[in-house]
Write a new protein. Structure first.
Length: 176
């Protein structure tokens, strides 16, 4: 099963992201846009993972302790790879709670690596994907309002292909 660990978003955050995504969509000629119900912030991508690894993943997530906090997303940008663009909403690099988020990510990656899971060694950039494979003829300019994301739990998620789209299923919410 295809797995990842994420911070899930509440309805008002998703609505703000959907408005931002509408700005993006209006300036593109094509792209694959994230369904608003699928908006999330990935903490670790695991990829194809055998079902027998679920207990250790649940344990790793349960052992990450933190008090709830908010982090500000107030900018947009894109990752470019092979002529394709992935557009995102990103965190405020000056947010005083960013070290807390990076600490959670660091502990998570360390624990996953200890247990033998492949981990991404690139620096962590908190972002929420708005669209992939974006094509445009003019420069894209987005007006990103401040969006406050409450980080109160991390969840193990399964990605499923259903009816020509992707559905994310929460396997283990861990409240704090």
């Amino acid at each position: 099963m295809r797995l990842f660990i994420a911070v899930l978003l509440n309805g008002s955050v998703k609505k703000s992201l959907e408005k931002l995504q509408e700005q993006l969509r209006s300036q593109t000629s094509s792209g694959s846009f994230t369904r608003p119900k699928n908006f999330h912030m990935t903490m670790a991508f695991l990829g194809e993972t055998p079902e027998n690894k679920l207990p250790v993943l649940h344990r790793i997530i349960e052992e990450i302790n933190f008090s709830p906090f908010e982090i500000s997303f107030n900018r947009t940008g894109c990752f470019k790879h092979g002529g394709k663009e992935l557009w995102w909403a990103g965190n405020d690099p000056n947010d005083t709670n960013l070290p807390k988020l990076k600490s959670i990510h660091g502990h998570l990656i360390n624990d996953l690596e200890i247990e033998g899971f492949p981990v991404d060694k690139r620096p962590f950039h908190a972002h929420i994907t708005l669209g992939r494979e974006i094509r445009h003829t003019k420069p894209i300019v987005l007006d990103c309002p401040e969006i406050l994301v409450k980080v109160e739990r991390i969840s193990l998620m399964k990605s499923e292909h259903v009816g020509g789209g992707v559905r994310y299923v929460e396997l283990s919410p861990v409240p704090y």
